[in-house]
Design a protein around this ligand. Structure first.
Ligand SMILES: C[S@@+](CC[C@H](N)C(=O)[O-])C[C@H]1O[C@@H](n2cnc3c(N)ncnc32)[C@H](O)[C@@H]1O
Length: 270
């Protein structure tokens, strides 16, 4: 079959079903193992390839996100394995990584703690760009197994620890980064089906007001952050003021907006 005919057919179907047409090309390029930009160069596909493409598109129609269909996601230019045990890395979290790298370089920081590491995307992306010691922790053993595989496939040396927040964390760090669960418990039921059914609830539920994990971080920060050290966290779009008030015994540095113009990454200094 001619590939352009199949792409056209699936994109028409996608737009009728309110599925992003980009997802069709994501599926096709993954099945054919070519870059999206090279799809126009492919003329015909075999029956077996067509079958695989249609089967993946069926899954997409059942609200399974494309990253979960192929169990991989691109983040900060690196490939990460993902499954239902880890949050699929989000583009806005790349801003946290960029910010951390900038401050590590500016201040000559030497060691980093990534709390709530999930797939390991933050820790691994930082380690690939700056020469620092990185400890990364999560309460989920299954998430840590994925994170370890990602560190291996990306050739990044990370010290992984299974820990309920700071419980098993020793010592002090120059910089602590975290994208903790921050969605208000009562809002979980209103999330898109794709998020609710394919990202683990453990990665989303931030308790009352979404502040549970920020409170824990605040209560342990003096003990684990070096003097002149920095805390960089991803936050919910309504949480900036509450967090500035919660961390009022630290120096507020800045809050960076995401690509949709929402407050997303907050920075404090000790
Ligand atoms: C929002 S996800 C962030 C994952 C990854 N850092 C990212 O940015 O894509 C939050 C992570 O926190 C972990 N988590 C939830 N409760 C925790 C706890 N009590 N202690 C440590 N990690 C926890 C979850 O398993 C999940 O991997």
């Amino acid at each position: 079959m001619k590939l352009f005919e199949l792409r056209k057919q699936l994109k028409t179907e996608a737009s009728q079903l309110d599925i992003d047409q980009v997802d069709v090309d994501f599926i096709v390029s993954n099945v054919l193992n070519v870059k999206r930009t090279e799809l126009a160069l492919v003329d015909t596909i075999t029956d077996a390839q067509k079958k695989q493409i249609l089967s993946a598109f069926e899954k997409r129609k059942q609200n399974i996100p494309v990253d979960n269909i192929f169990q991989k996601a691109n983040f900060f230019g690196y490939e990460f394995k993902v499954d239902d045990n880890v949050l699929t890395p989000r583009p806005e979290t790349e801003i946290l990584v960029e910010t951390a790298i900038k401050y590590i370089k500016e201040n000559g920081y030497k060691n980093v703690l990534d709390l709530c590491t999930g797939s390991g995307c933050i820790a691994i992306s930082i380690k690939k760009n700056v020469d620092v010691d990185i400890t990364a922790s999560d309460i989920s053993l299954k998430a840590l197994q994925i994170a370890k595989q990602n560190a291996q496939s990306n050739k990044a040396e990370i010290n992984f620890i299974k820990s309920n927040m700071f419980e098993k964390i020793d010592g002090k760090f120059d910089i602590i980064v975290s994208n903790p669960p921050y969605i208000e418990t009562c809002e979980i039921k209103d999330l898109d089906t794709e998020v609710r059914e394919h990202d683990p609830i453990l990665a989303l539920d931030g308790g009352e007001m979404g502040l549970k994990f920020y409170n824990i971080i605040h209560n342990n920060l003096r003990k684990h952050l070096n003097d002149n050290g920095m805390l960089i966290m991803e936050i919910g779009e309504e949480q900036k003021d509450m967090l500035i008030s919660l961390f009022n015994d630290f120096n507020y540095v800045q809050c960076i907006k995401d690509y949709s113009g929402n407050d997303r990454i907050i920075v404090f200094k000790k």
